[in-house]
Design a protein around this ligand. Structure first.
Ligand code: TRP
Length: 363
């Protein structure tokens, strides 16, 4: 083979002596009536207001235009095995799935499932892992930061992007909505698909990362210059409002949000903390910012905060009620997840069959 530099993702472009595409593999589904969107969340931490206003709320709204697949990626949660509590992992996987549904994801319109319930993900991950150059994995920023200072490093932490690539590619995904931190993994997925095609023939739909622009960007209540984050929320109680927080906790967090010593409530002129409160209020209230500004003009921040508490508590109430219903009826949740896994499996099994045929394994 010519000097294909597998150390560089950009070198994944087909070389002239690439093997001819396998002819017995069925053609990939390259066109969908509606774009297929795949999103995954780890069942490691509780979802917060930033996840809701920045992502979930828009996924709910986008269910009609897009074909959505929502996955709870429990296999990804095994990459630091020392931190795994099996009973807790199982419970959290169900809880995150229930929160998706409680927030308004319609299990008929969208596919909601738990990654490990569809074993095709693990097999596809092996097939993709075998075409993944070690250098590509070692270069991942998240791998470097997650392994930094760690004594014992499981190989799952390194091969994690191959599993994420399997998630995305198995579902013929067109778009992957991600934050900046996951961009690199989606690019790697694309490079891996191209490399696989180069080695074994066309099998996959090529995905692309989309950074959601529609959602409100919610900042930490205790640090309004940093985006609200799950990991910070687990360390600092005043950082985030969690979707399952009871009203008194919501009140405490928002009433103690960082503001400033002035009385400026016009968004344009306000400090980051006040702007964050206005952003959350506006995202949930729906009226134009000017109307909200007029309502609190000259009133001080305590007043603004009270209104924010009110809208947040009102927005969370139905989500929490539906969540409680789902958890109180384990049979219904199990049935929804079983149905989700079954639907997810239809596409996943089809893609895996193309992969197996392409590489020459399987009965
Ligand atoms: N790696 C993602 C994260 O930690 C989670 C994830 C796994 C994911 N598989 C995915 C996200 C596929 C989007 C698509 O946030």
């Amino acid at each position: 083979m010519a000097s294909t530099d597998i150390a560089s993702p950009s070198a994944a472009a087909p070389a002239s002596d690439a093997p001819a595409p396998a002819t017995d593999a069925p053609a990939p589904a390259t066109t969908h009536a509606r774009p297929r969107v795949f999103s995954g969340m780890q069942p490691t931490a509780a979802l917060h207001l930033g996840n809701y206003l920045g992502a979930l709320k828009h996924w709910v709204a986008g269910q009609v235009e897009r074909d959505n697949v929502f996955c709870v990626v429990d296999l990804h949660a095994l990459t630091i095995p020392e931190a795994v509590d099996p009973a807790d992992l199982r419970a959290k996987s169900r809880a995150v799935a229930a929160l998706y549904l409680a927030a308004g994801i319609d299990p008929e319109a969208s596919v909601v499932f738990v990654q490990s319930h569809v074993p095709e993900h693990a097999e596809a991950s092996w097939l993709l892992g075998c075409v993944t150059p070690l250098g590509w994995l070692q270069r991942m920023t998240q791998f470097k930061s997650k392994t930094h200072g760690r004594e014992s490093i499981g190989s799952g932490l390194l091969t994690y992007p191959a599993l994420m690539a399997a998630d995305i590619l198995l579902h013929d995904t067109d778009e992957v909505p991600v934050g900046e931190d996951q961009m690199q993994h989606v690019e790697l997925t694309r490079d891996l698909a191209i490399r696989f095609h180069h080695l074994f023939g066309e099998v996959f739909v090529l995905p692309r990362a989309v950074i959601p622009t529609a959602g409100a960007r919610v900042m930490g209540f205790d640090e309004p210059t940093a985006k609200m984050s799950k990991s910070t929320a687990s360390e600092r109680p005043g950082h985030a409002v969690l979707l399952l927080d009871p009203p008194d906790v919501v009140g405490k967090t928002i009433m103690s949000a960082v503001t400033d010593s002035a009385r400026e409530t016009r968004f344009e002129h306000a400090s980051p903390g006040v702007r964050n409160l206005l952003t959350v209020w506006q995202a949930l209230d729906g009226r134009p910012m000017a109307a909200l500004e007029a309502e609190v003009e000259g009133k001080g921040y305590g007043d603004l905060k009270k209104r924010v508490v009110e809208v947040v508590v009102a927005a969370l109430a139905p989500i929490q009620a539906r969540y409680a219903e789902l958890l109180n009826d384990p049979a219904e949740l199990d049935a929804l997840l079983a149905r989700g896994a079954e639907r997810a499996r239809e596409t996943a099994a089809n893609t895996l069959a193309r992969m197996r045929a392409a590489v020459g394994v399987g009965p």
